[in-house]
Structure formats: C-alpha cells, structure tokens
Design a protein around this ligand. Structure first.
Ligand SMILES: Cc1cc2nc3c(=O)[nH]c(=O)nc-3n(C[C@H](O)[C@H](O)[C@H](O)COP(=O)(O)OP(=O)(O)OC[C@H]3O[C@@H](n4cnc5c(N)ncnc54)[C@H](O)[C@@H]3O)c2cc1C
Length: 404
C-alpha cells in the first residue's frame, strides 16, 4: 500500500502506565519470578524483534528461539523429562504476560505447541527420542500438512494418498496453506491410507515427512500483509519410512483432532490480544481520541474481554495439564480469542483515523504502531485452525449435541 498518508503523529498528551490484563495476584514467589522474567527479557530480547506485527523470518527469529532454549524457557508447558520448563500454570501465564508486555515476536509453534505434545501422547519411544530434543533446541522447524486445495473445512475429504509398500509409504498429493513449509525441515501430515473406508475419516493416517526427501517441491505464497507466511507442498511419490507413522494405520483422525485441540488453544494465547490492546492505547493517545468518552467505553469493553480471555485461557491450560489433549471445548476459546483480536484491530483503525492506511508503522511520541499490517494480519485468525463457522458447528454437534 503506498497511500502517501502521514506517518508521524505528535501529541502533547502524556503517556500512562501500560496495562496488563491480570485477573489474579502473584504470590511473593511468583512476583519474584515475574521480575526475573521481565529483567531477563529486557536484557536479552533484541530491540529489532520487539512489537513486530508479522512473524520475522527464520534468520532473525531462530537465534532468539535458541536464546530462549538455552535459558530453559522455550517450552514452559513441556514436562522437564522432555527438556521443558515444567512450569506451573501461573508461571506459564506470567511468561505469556511478560512476553506481551515487551512485545516479543511470534515463535514458530508447530513443533512446540502442536507435534511436540502429540508425540508425547501418541509417539513411539524412538519418535520422541528423535524429534523432541531438536524442537527444544530450535535446530529443526516443523510444518503442518493438513489442508489441501479440495479439503479445508471438510478435512476428511483430503486426497493425498500414502500407499504402504513393505517398510515404507509412497506419498503422492498436494498440501496448501502450509505455514512456514518453505522454512521447515519436517512436516506432520494427514494422508489417505484406505481410499475405500467409510466413513471417510476412518481411512486417514498421520505421518511424519522429512521435507528434505527427494520428490518434494515447495512454493511460498504471499499473504495480504505481504509476508511469505505459508506455502504449497507438492509430494510426487515421496518415500517415507513406515516407522514415521504416528499411532496405528488408519487411526490418524483421532490424532489429528487431538492436535487441533492443542492448535486452537495455542492460537488463543492472550499474548496476541494483550499486545493488540496496547497498540490501540498507544495509537489512541497519539491521535488524541483517547479523550473521547465513547471511544474510552469501547476500549474499556475490549479490556474486559481481554481479561475474560486470559481467565478462559488459564482455565483451559489447567484442564489441558490434567487431561492431555484439549477436547471440543477448545472451539469456544478459539472463537473468543480470534474474534476479539479482530475487534481490537478494528479499534486500532478507528484510533489511527486518517493515518490508518499508512504502508509503514506510524511514529508517535508514544512509540511506533503498525496499524494496517496489524489489521490485515488479524483477518486470518478466524480462518486458520478451522474457521469460526466450523468451530460453531463443532460446538453445536459435539458439545451441545444438536442435530446435524
Ligand atoms: C494464515 C493461515 C495459515 C494456515 N496454516 C495452515 C497450516 O499450517 N497447515 C494447514 O494444513 N492449513 C493451514 N491453513 C489452512 C486453514 O486451516 C484453512 O484455510 C481452513 O481450514 C479453511 O479451509 P479453506 O481455506 O479450504 O476454506 P473452505 O473450507 O473452502 O471454507 C470457505 C468458507 O466457507 C465456510 N464453510 C465451509 N464449510 C462450512 C460449513 N459446513 N458450515 C458453515 N460454513 C462453512 C468457511 O467457514 C469459510 O468461511 C492456514 C490458513 C491460514 C489463513
């Protein structure tokens, strides 16, 4: 977007204390932990990575990932036996809040939040030993191969075929919207192993595919924001060792759904809404609209919703800690988090007024805010991990038992 819109706003108003949506009080030990996290982040997170609206490319992001890993903080939610932090629920929330406070960048989550927990629950000892340490160390990046050109919301209609031939599968098909596939080393994928099975999802298996194998072609796709966040993956008779099957043959649907539960929870992390709320406030102070009582009302309502999301998230994480994979209830938090993020970026546009279409971050005496990119970026949230319409269908059928 090149709109020639002014990119600097100077306002005489004074900055106020940043607000973090806390709904509980830290114990003295937790308050100390919070200060340790805050101090360490201030000292170690490079300034260039703070407040970024889009995910930085691997050359910039992965050194930060590995810094967190060396500190032992890359996986607060993983048990210590797998190299995680084994953090308590409150410690996990404190880390989320402190990451939001400093504007930490989005990490690649397919390994940490998706396949990692799935391998802990469903993987063989060999699969865990091979893959979990490299996720923690940040030496291997993972992609998720679920969607296909003809199978998105109706995922069970996927047609990528894997034929078992002795000790290996031969995989042929086409995946799309695969986040970071062009930067990734491995992809966990849903493949059809029994084309005759009825219902259709009974013929699907869950495979781990080395993206450096021969006969794989990956083509990046540019998003509306202008970043190359996802790709198409073409698999043309790719040989995959049979030991890369997770769970039993034709039992991939159960694992796929367990993983979607983790995905919906992870994408609902309040860190993103907390950061979006701070952007709204910064922009509103800069433009002066913060003085408008009607606007204040809307910011107050959004703040309450961010706090409600934090509470919902903490409840969901607690359930997950006890029950392993989150169930269909994770659709509730996915809807709340993603629709709230869009409401916040709508408010951001309002706060920026005529400056909103600027093609670069808007500078003010309260800091820089990337308005247009944040707005466009948030549109995808109600699509990935299953669209809001599909989440509502899941809730109607699997939680409320309404007829199809
Ligand atoms: C930024 C981003 C990253 C992504 N990353 C990945 C990834 O890493 N790996 C991966 O596998 N996929 C990924 N996806 C794909 C995502 O999961 C799909 O886009 C999503 O599931 C929707 O599928 P679709 O695009 O085929 O749309 P469609 O299924 O064609 O849906 C089109 C529209 O119709 C609506 N619709 C469809 N069926 C119904 C129904 N039964 N009832 C009511 N409404 C319906 C949908 O809600 C949507 O609004 C990503 C998508 C985005 C936007």
């Amino acid at each position: 977007m090149k709109c020639g819109v002014p990119r600097t706003i100077l306002s005489p108003a004074s900055p106020s204390e940043n607000f973090i949506a806390m709904f509980r009080r830290d114990t003295p030990a937790e308050a100390q932990f919070r200060m340790d996290v805050r101090t360490w982040l201030e000292a170690n997170l490079p300034a260039a990575l703070r407040g970024r609206t889009t995910r930085p490319p691997p050359a910039e992001l992965m050194p930060w990932y590995r810094t967190l890993s060396r500190k032992g903080w890359i996986a607060p939610h993983w048990p210590k036996q797998y190299g995680g932090m084994g953090a308590t629920l409150n410690e996990q929330l404190i880390m989320t809040e402190e990451m939001a406070r400093i504007g930490a960048p989005h990490l690649p989550v397919q390994g940490l939040n998706h396949i990692g927990p799935i391998l802990m629950e469903f993987g063989t000892a060999a699969q865990k030993a091979k893959h979990l340490p490299s996720i923690i160390a940040g030496t291997v990046i993972w992609a998720q191969g679920y969607s296909e050109p003809g199978a998105g919301s109706d995922l069970a209609s996927l047609s990528t075929r894997a034929t078992l031939e002795g000790d290996h599968f031969v995989v042929r098909g086409h995946k799309i919207w695969t986040t970071w596939a062009h930067h990734s080393d491995w992809m966990f994928a849903l493949v059809r192993t029994d084309p005759q099975a009825q219902p259709r999802h009974a013929g699907i298996s869950f495979l781990l595919i080395d993206l450096h194998s021969p006969n794989i072609r990956i083509r990046p796709i540019k998003t509306i924001v202008g970043d190359e966040e996802f790709s198409e993956v073409f698999l043309d008779d790719v040989v995959v060792p049979a030991e890369n099957l997770v769970g039993k043959l034709h039992d991939g649907w159960r694992i796929a759904n367990a993983l979607l539960g983790h995905e919906r929870l992870a994408t609902s992390n309040p860190q993103f809404s907390l950061m979006a709320l701070e952007r709204v406030k910064t922009m509103a102070r800069a433009s002066g609209i913060i003085a408008d009582p009607a606007f204040q009302d809307r910011v107050a309502a959004a703040s309450i919703n961010v706090m409600a999301l934090s509470a919902l998230f903490s409840h969901a994480v607690e359930l997950t800690n006890h029950e392993k994979s989150p169930g269909p209830e994770s659709s509730v938090i996915k809807i709340v988090a993603c629709e709230l993020l869009q409401t916040l970026t709508d408010l951001l546009i309002e706060a920026a007024g005529g400056h909103a279409p600027a093609d670069e971050p808007i500078a003010s005496n309260f800091g820089e805010v990337d308005v247009a990119a944040a707005f466009l970026q948030s549109r995808r949230a109600t699509i990935y991990g299953g669209s809001s319409e599909i989440q509502r269908n899941v809730l109607a059928r699997r939680v409320l038992n309404l007829p199809s």
